[in-house]
Structures are given as structure tokens and as C-alpha cells.
Design a protein around this ligand. Structure first.
Ligand SMILES: [Zn+2]
Length: 262
């Protein structure tokens, strides 16, 4: 059995935002209370974290996750990265043997630039308690393994930076990151899969300059095909009940701590 947990279902500002703005979301529906994006997947005692949101600590506390076997990054924008420092609690729990993180070259460089002390091989570090991470550079369309998971990194475009999606176990779970355009080669690959669970962002109902909206999502889902689809990374423009009403039966909005078993 594979267990998937949506750790955070919100876009960059969360819902409500720091100033208490709920957008069009009904504040009385607890499913509209959204932390920044993150996903956890577990099978055969192997756990993978996708992104380290700035609310990682609370996300892992809620779900009683104390160790993970790898962290996959979609990109290095703040809402997806800034909980990286909290990984120090995980590497401590893992007896300092180091935690593998996976990202494309440009993103590993970005992390090294902004958080040079988080890597095990860092020198001249003045901090005693720090994450002990091991950098793994991945390439698009080259599979790699974490435990029994077989992972294929996929390229997405149209966000201000290139973003990485992941096909986990040949269509068992496919994660689409922040995107505006699915490049032809990625689309071709996705169309060739029989997808069980597709997790994709619905940053806002209406399309934005750097984010696809509902109509682009539905068009792509039509092409790709998936048994079930979960929309995550939702801003205040996506009320839970309204999104549920707008979507066909196999598509559902996510909520924080939503668990799906496959
Ligand atoms: Zn984001």
C-alpha cells in the first residue's frame, strides 16, 4: 500500500494570508485553511517528502513524521524551500547519517548559494545544530530510486523558473509542480502512462501569467487521463466547495492533512 499525504494545500501566501485575507474562501470551512505546499509519500517503510514548505515543522508534527528517506524539490521559491532548516531535527533523529535531497543542477546551486551550511560536506560552518544534507543532482527523464520507489523527474515550464514534476512508480502517483505550460516531451510521456493519482496545482481558478488556471488544468487532464486527480497549491481564489462543484467526479480539491491510500 502507498500512502500519500497532502501536507499543505495552499499557494505561496497560504489561506488566510498573513494579513487575514481569505479571498473568496469561506472562512468557516476548515478545509479552506491552507498551509504552503508539501506532499509526503510512503510505502514499504520508505518515506519521501516533496518540498520543504515554510510550515514544514507543523506539517510533520501533525502527521507524526519523524524521519524521511529523501526530499524531492520541485523548485526553490520560498513557499517550497524555506522549511529546509527544520530538516535538522530529522537528521538528528536519523543519527546524523545524512539525508539525501534531490533536485536539478540549477536548484541545488540555488540552495547551496542561500543555505551553504545545510550540506554535510560544507566547510567553515559556524553553526553547531544544522541539517546534514547530501545533494543529489537529477536530470530530466532519467529515473532514479529511493528505497522501492522508482522516480522519473519531469520538466515543466512557464513559471518564472523551470520546475520539476515527478512520476512515482510508473503512474502510481504523478506530481505536477507550479506550471503554466507542459512541454511537448513531458506531455507525451504523461500521455503514455496509466495514471492512478495525479496531483496538480490550481493556484487560482482564473489563469495567471505564471500559473495555469482551471480551464488549462481541465484541458491537460483530458489529454493525459488519470483515475483520480487532486488539486493543490490553491490560493484564496479557490473556495473548497466551489472548486468541488466546478470539477468532474474524479477531480477533488485537496485540504491540509488529506490522506489518500493506493
Ligand atoms: Zn508555489
Amino acid at each position: 500500500m502507498t500512502k500519500v499525504i497532502i501536507l499543505g494545500s495552499g499557494a505561496a501566501s497560504g489561506v488566510p494570508s498573513i494579513t487575514g485575507n481569505w479571498g473568496v474562501c469561506n472562512p468557516h470551512n476548515p478545509k479552506n485553511n491552507r498551509r504552503r505546499a508539501g506532499i509526503y509519500i510512503e510505502e514499504n517503510n520508505t518515506g519521501i517528502l516533496i518540498d520543504t514548505s515554510c510550515e514544514l515543522r507543523q506539517q510533520l508534527l501533525d502527521n507524526k513524521i519523524k524521519t524521511v528517506d529523501g526530499v524531492l524539490y520541485t523548485h526553490t521559491h520560498g513557499d517550497h524551500l524555506l522549511g529546509i532548516n527544520d530538516l535538522r531535527g530529522i537528521t538528528k533523529e536519523m543519527h546524523h547519517k545524512g539525508l539525501n535531497i534531490y533536485a536539478i543542477d540549477a536548484q541545488i546551486n540555488d540552495i547551496r548559494k542561500h543555505f551553504p551550511y545545510v550540506f554535510m560536506d560544507a566547510t567553515d560552518v559556524q553553526i553547531t545544530h544544522r541539517p546534514e544534507l547530501i545533494a543529489n543532482v537529477i536530470n530530466y527523464n532519467e529515473k532514479f530510486k529511493i528505497g522501492s520507489f522508482e522516480i522519473m523527474p519531469l520538466e515543466f515550464q512557464g513559471h518564472p523558473v523551470v520546475t520539476t514534476g515527478y512520476d512515482i512508480d510508473n503512474g502510481k502517483v504523478v506530481i505536477i509542480p507550479d506550471y503554466k505550460v507542459i512541454p511537448e516531451h513531458t506531455l507525451e510521456y504523461l500521455c503514455g502512462l496509466e495514471i492512478n493519482l495525479l496531483i496538480m496545482p490550481l493556484t487560482s481558478v482564473k489563469a495567471r501569467e505564471y500559473h495555469a488556471g482551471m480551464s488549462e488544468n481541465l484541458k491537460y487532464i483530458d489529454k493525459i487521463g488519470a483515475k483520480q486527480v487532486v488539486f493543490t497549491h490553491m490560493s484564496g481564489s479557490c473556495d473548497y466547495d466551489e472548486v468541488e462543484k466546478m470539477t468532474p467526479e474524479n477531480i477533488h480539491p485537496a485540504y491540509d492533512n488529506m490522506m489518500i491510500e493506493i
